[in-house]
Design a protein around this ligand. Structure first.
Ligand SMILES: C[S@@+](CC[C@H](N)C(=O)[O-])C[C@H]1O[C@@H](n2cnc3c(N)ncnc32)[C@H](O)[C@@H]1O
Length: 302
């Protein structure tokens, strides 16, 4: 006997509230009045995919042990994964020419050769690979001007020894992480990448561009939900761009507190162009240069 499901199942206000609250509790994403139509649409799609005919039963599924996988699928459907290589260039210039330059100088003086950067909410990988490229170029240029007092191996490695560079890239969306890990990009996704950069860091694979193994090796992809307390520590720089925009103010404040704890003393936090820490914290100092902003962790702040 075949069962037929209505094209649209009615979603009551009470059911919407339950599901909205569940999503907020699970990942921090807040769907205010302007975005409930998007939430409604995605919920209808998931209900259909699960072949269910009641949103209350769907809610019960999501909150059950058997529903863990469906919860992951729902959250994946609710995330916005828009991203690109070299997104917001003035900010990346501030990172490479000012922040990174200062970190390299300060660390070299202390004989500390480790650098750790975290791309939180990395989507399909363009942001962390951009950061890896910027770090490689910055290190090469830095040592062109300030040669190290020992011989460089030939051929020159991307990261001059004894430096150890770790770029951690995390997201809540497994499909996006998988694509990021594959590191294959179409011609249109590569549009912001100039040809010298393509030559140095990409191989051509059929009609796509593949991130070169050496660059890929610098980036470690992992699942991290920013809603949780267990987040990667000891970072020199955190990029969390275009993620907080989907959170409400209370969740933004909690996240900024966590980032403060996840940064090394004097560490830097970059947020999206449309995002700001204004009014959310007193624990960061704002640096604004050439049309770009970065926030530096203040020490001794309560
Ligand atoms: C619009 S993309 C931004 C990508 C990149 N940072 C950029 O600016 O180009 C937002 C990303 O944040 C992720 N995200 C949303 N909520 C999250 C959470 N609670 N934990 C981790 N990642 C989350 C989404 O899956 C999505 O890939």
């Amino acid at each position: 006997m075949s069962t037929t499901f209505p094209a649209q199942v009615q979603l009551t206000e009470a059911e919407l509230k339950l599901l909205q609250t569940l999503v907020y509790q699970e990942c921090g994403m807040y769907f205010d009045d302007r975005r409930t139509h998007f939430l409604r649409d995605r919920l209808q799609r998931r209900l259909k995919a699960c072949q269910m005919d009641s949103f209350y039963s769907y809610y019960r599924l999501l909150t059950s042990r058997e529903g863990k996988q469906e919860l992951v699928a729902l959250l994946e459907n609710l995330t916005v994964n828009e991203t690109s290589f070299f997104r917001i260039r003035p900010q990346l210039e501030l990172f490479q020419k000012v922040v990174l330059e200062e970190i390299l100088k300060r660390k070299q003086e202390r004989r500390d050769w480790s650098l750790r950067i975290w791309s939180a909410g990395c989507s399909t990988g363009q942001e962390p690979y951009t950061l890896a490229i910027l770090v490689c170029d910055a290190l090469a240029y830095y040592y062109l001007r300030n040669p190290l007092p020992f011989d460089m191996p030939t051929p020159k490695p991307l990261i001059p020894p004894p430096w150890r560079v770790e770029i951690l890239a995390s997201d809540i969306n497994y499909s996006a992480l998988l694509a990021a890990q594959q590191g294959l990009y179409t011609e249109s996704q590569m549009e912001p990448v100039d040809y010298t950069c393509r030559l140095r860091y990409f191989d051509k694979a059929a009609d796509k561009y593949a991130v070169k193994q050496m660059l890929k090796g610098m980036v470690q992809f992992d699942f991290h939900n920013l809603k949780t307390e267990f987040l990667p520590q000891n970072n020199d720089v955190i990029f969390c761009r275009n993620v907080m925009i989907y959170f409400d103010e209370a969740e933004q404040k909690r996240l900024i507190e966590k980032f403060h704890r996840c940064l090394n003393p004097g560490g830097h936090l970059f947020v999206g162009h449309a995002e700001s820490l204004f009014g959310l914290t007193t624990k960061f100092h704002m640096i604004h240069e050439n049309n770009a902003t970065v926030y530096q962790r203040l020490e001794g702040a309560q």
